[in-house]
Design a protein around this ligand. Structure first.
Ligand code: PAN
Ligand code: ZN
Length: 185
């Protein structure tokens, strides 16, 4: 009647062990994601930008279920733009999500359906509610690994195309040594 946990989360690093699906994105996988695409294309394609560990507790697309994931974003820059995730709206665009920062320093970059952007600072322990209709991505603004926990509905899905086609309307750039959210063009 009593079972052992099928998955463990290390509370200081965010690392999952057990029943977990792993994925990673290297610079070669991120064409068009950074403002300076020609620089990205000239950098080492094998550079790892982020990894995600997901506990897939339900079938993808199942209504009423939840997924858990830890995202790890590495420190670094493409020019003056911080390493970051691709970012997405949810395919079921009204689906919300929680993010919380486990270690490192970062920024949660948000954009509404009209292209208005804003950002929230992430430090270990910060909790971030992302309501539906809001695109979201995370950037590492520190010198160490950024780990962010996330919980989202298993029927949310990921709409990357809207971001691939239009991009975020503002970019997080290191200017005078500090992160600033700068409108595109
Ligand atoms: C997160 C993201 C994760 C990777 O789990 O999927 O941070 O970012 P991209 O999916 O934009 O590459 C989430 O928001 N899930 O819904
Ligand atoms: Zn999401």
């Amino acid at each position: 009647l009593i079972s052992s946990p099928g998955v463990m989360i290390d509370l200081t690093s965010g690392t999952l062990t057990g029943d977990v699906v792993e994925s990673e994105k290297r610079l070669k996988d991120l064409a068009g994601v950074f403002v300076n695409e020609s620089l990205r294309a000239r950098m080492d394609p094998a550079t790892i930008i982020y990894r995600v560990q997901t506990h897939v507790a339900e079938k993808e697309g199942m209504e009423g279920g939840l997924f858990y994931g830890t995202s790890f974003v590495y420190p670094g820059l493409v020019g003056d733009e911080y390493f970051m995730t691709k970012g997405h709206f949810h395919s079921k665009i009204d689906r919300a999500e929680y993010y919380w920062c486990i270690q490192g320093e970062g920024m949660l970059i948000l954009m509404d359906i009209h292209g208005k952007c804003w950002a929230e600072k992430m430090v270990a322990g910060s909790l971030h509610y992302i309501s539906g209709y809001i695109a979201h991505r995370i950037a590492n603004t520190g010198r160490s690994l950024l780990a962010v926990g996330a919980c989202w509905p298993s029927d949310a899905g990921h709409d990357y195309k809207t971001i691939t086609d239009k991009g975020f309307m503002a970019r997080l750039r290191k200017i005078d040594g500090v992160p600033q959210l700068i409108p595109v063009r």
